[in-house]
Design a protein around this ligand. Structure first.
Ligand code: UN1
Length: 452
């Protein structure tokens, strides 16, 4: 019996987007071996060839932008405007890393003896194994693959099953030389095989899977980075532009139905910010009602179950909470208050269009609340006061602090990652990614015949 990988349209579950055979562990290892055979040629092809290949890939994605955005909308339920934004980001990432092959890959140093040449040089690890989630089905594969490829690795990509069609079409459009980038569709079996055999691993996904990936890779002694759950807070001070904050929070809470590791799930209102913010946020969330479906039935069931149990425990439902009568896994953008301490909505990542409003007496209490999690990825702070913003940026235990901006949304040329359990290993994106996909070697060359 052939095992297949399928994906369905979350807005219309009767719509089967793709069905392809899963290669299993054996097929995954075979793909890695082919990638390993191709790596020497890709590395020695040189900077010009790798740069040109990434530039052509950017042009191809740009030329098919509408097709890709529509596919992301159909396969993972991303609203078209956000899907277009993701495609534009994907193109920009490819253009950015297309320049990387020409960047310096080391430094020349003085020798202690005064003679000869001493330099460092960064070299690719070999085959990069990438495990990517369904929520950014184009941008995340590319923000991992482009830096890996730029510095001379070959890549085997195992996308989330829910985003199989996006990954396959993306790889087709990238059109890299044979076996330089290949896609292994599949699930846990293929993912585990990948981690057991590649030379460097980059993972984005759930905390539980991420921890298993980290364990295997560290036991094997191969470099690994993992981006896992985020439980992100927004802190709103009384001096903030409340209307702007509410609009940004609605996007951070309900944009793509909250299915981003950078989404806001706790809104901490300081002092007198609480009253005006509550009203403004309820209004802004109602306007964001077309936030797209969540990925599948199980996800919606988990969300509605959590809302029900919070309300039964005394929480106040300020907005949303219902599942509209229509096909697909839709759920209204939801805001709760007075959620009982220790309720999972305050401690776990739910990946849905849902947030909890929490009051704080002052900035100190707000920061303590924001930091009270193992999953500190991105925190936003809303204030007109620069001193407050800088104090918060110093004291928040998060990888990314965003002042007067939603917690979601990233600058792809800067390091991306969280604090504590949110991330493991090197940062992604920007220069940090180029470092991660290479190892430094130190070369010392003495003049022939020199005394040692
Ligand atoms: C964004 O906020 O635009 O998996 C990107 C995720 C993150 C990417 C967030 N790694 O949601």
């Amino acid at each position: 019996m052939t095992v297949t990988v399928t994906s369905h349209n979350p807005a219309d579950p009767t719509d089967l987007v793709v069905e392809v055979p899963a290669p299993g562990a054996f097929g995954t290892i075979a793909a890695i071996e082919r990638a390993r055979s191709a790596q020497g040629g890709w590395q020695s092809a040189g900077a010009a060839a790798r740069s040109a290949a990434l530039s052509r890939a950017a042009d191809a994605v740009e030329a098919h932008a509408e097709e890709l955005a529509a596919l992301a909308e159909r396969e993972v339920g991303k609203p078209l405007a956000e899907a277009r934004g993701e495609v534009a980001r994907t193109v920009a990432i490819l253009r950015y890393y297309a320049q990387a092959p020409y960047a310096p890959s080391g430094a020349v140093h003085e020798t202690a003896a005064g003679q000869g040449l001493l330099f460092t040089r960064r070299r690719a690890h070999g085959v990069a194994g990438l495990i990517t989630p369904w929520n950014f089905p184009l941008a995340i594969p590319v923000w991992k693959a482009a830096p890996a490829l730029a510095v001379g690795n070959t890549v085997v990509l195992k996308p989330a099953p829910e985003a199989t069609a996006c990954a396959l079409r993306l790889a087709e459009l990238l059109a890299l030389p044979t076996d330089v980038l290949s896609v292994v569709p599949g699930g846990a079996e293929e993912g585990a095989a990948l981690v057991s055999a590649v030379d460097v691993v980059s993972f984005t996904g759930s905390t539980a899977t991420g921890q298993a990936v980290i364990r295997t890779a560290t036991e094997r002694g191969v470099p690994v980075q993992a981006e896992m759950g985020g439980l992100n807070a927004a802190i709103v001070l009384p001096d903030a532009d409340i209307e702007q904050a509410a609009a940004q929070l609605a996007f951070a809470i309900a944009g793509y139905a909250g299915q981003k590791c950078t989404a806001t799930s706790r809104v901490i209102a300081v002092g007198t910010a609480l009253e005006p913010l509550r009203g403004a946020l309820v209004k802004a969330l109602a306007a964001a009602v077309d936030c797209g479906p969540v990925i599948n039935e199980a996800a919606r069931r988990r969300l509605t179950g959590a809302i029900t149990s919070a309300v039964e425990g005394g929480a106040q439902l300020l907005a949303g909470g219902r599942s509209p009568e229509r096909a697909g896994w839709f759920i209204e953008p939801t805001l709760l208050a007075e959620v009982a301490e220790g309720h999972p909505l305050l401690t776990e990542e739910f990946f849905g269009p849902l947030a909890v409003l929490v009051p704080a007496a002052d900035l100190d209490e707000a920061i303590a609340l924001a930091n009270d999690t193992r999953h500190s990825l991105a925190t936003s702070v809303h204030t007109r006061d620069l001193d407050t913003a800088l104090a918060a940026a110093d004291r928040l235990a998060a990888g990314m602090i965003r002042v007067n901006a939603p917690s979601s949304g990233v600058d792809f040329h800067l390091p991306f990652g969280g604090a504590k359990g949110a991330s493991y290993g090197a940062r992604e994106q920007g220069q940090a990614a180029l470092d991660f996909y290479t190892a430094s070697r130190t070369v010392s060359v003495l003049p022939a015949g020199s005394p040692r």
